[in-house]
Design a protein around this ligand. Sequence first.
Ligand code: UDX
Length: 440
Amino acid sequence: MNITILGSGYVGLVSGACFAEMGNKVVCIDIDKEKIDNLNKGVIPIFEPGLEPIILKNLKNKNISFTSNISNAIKNAQIVFIAVGTPMGDDGSADLQYVLAVAKSIGKTMNKELVVVDKSTVPIGTADKVRETIQKELNKRDLQIDFHVVSNPEFLKEGAAIDDFMKPDRVVIGADSVYAFDVMKQLYSPFFRTHDRFITMDIRSAEMTKYAANAMLATKISFMNEIANICERVGADANQVRIGIGSDKRIGYSFIYPGAGYGGSCFPKDVKALNKIAEEYGYKANLIRSVEYVNDAQKLVIANKIVKRFGEDLSELTFGLWGLAFKPGTDDMREAPAIYIVKELIKRGAKIKAYDPKAMKEAKECYLKGVQGIIYVESKYEVLKDAEALILLTEWKEFRSPDFEEIKSQLKSPIIFDGRNQYNAFNLKEKGFEYFQIGK
Ligand code: UDX
């Protein structure tokens, strides 16, 4: 099939690469010319395990190409995916300007029957707006062409995106024509080796499914963070409680790890947007609001523990930091707890020495750009020298079983603040560490 993907960001690139790998002819579009030039040279703008080799291979066999010329790409396509950004607007709702701008381009240039797929996470009712926008442009051109708008939300996780796309748990397709369902099933069938996992539904339900899935997962995390906060106060151990409740299949072990709060591009943005959507429809979503509220507070729990241990004034104190990315396996720092914790500590006069295996460039150039008082070092043990304590915020594999003797010998005093509960508290106590965790 000939597929055009509008938007070569995270979702667009991963989807494009995986469709190309299945033998489709894929054209990825972006308005950022420098990004397109780089992609054509095989320079991938994001770090995602497995993405680069797939793109390089398919560039070579010409299954994938990158361009800024949107009109040619739309004219040749059978399916057009909208995978542009839906950033958070000032009021917390998703900003649809990019989605509707590309819908306009589709209406301006399409010349034969087309399936238009919303892949970006968009508020309920966006497919209708996309349809209206395209139709308006067709009317201006005095053209009558059939087109189908489909909602096909993406559930991939950063750091495991290729695997998630290649072996999906489910593919949700919201459509209102047999033609659209058929085309989408044909496209995705190669991804199901044993039995298909299509879930077909109406368009608004598909749009809602994405928000509901992310809000449910975010709720599990905020719930567990709240339980952890209570555990700390009553003298219980959130890790043991987690295992205790996870053993109930109805609850399950996943997404109940307490920590420094959830971050990333999806949960914070989608939970906010869902609250906004509910509000627009006259409903106050109290539970989902609380999920957001608990998470905002959770991002500062580690900073609060540091203040409790070292006092309100942290001037003259240096802290070593392991991990900046919002989770391991990615260089993404969007809404990462590290941003909030670093700023809070620096506001109190502290200095930070930080190391992350992948996200230091992002930190320097974007999320902590211009922040005075943070220096970046090239290895995990380098952060320790002259530091009062070590703070762990992202559970990268290389932080999982470090040389504790080395840590002890380098730190001014053997103190660890662990925002991801990575170590055995008993062992660390035996080794002479003061060890602060979440929920204990
Ligand atoms: C998420 C969804 O998992 C994915 O289906 C959706 O398409 C996009 O949003 P992603 O943002 O890549 O994916 O990361 P995920 O692995 O889900 O983690 C999100 C955040 O939750 C991270 O900050 C992680 O540290 C945190 N988390 C996760 C916890 O604090 N505790 C947990 O038990 C699980």
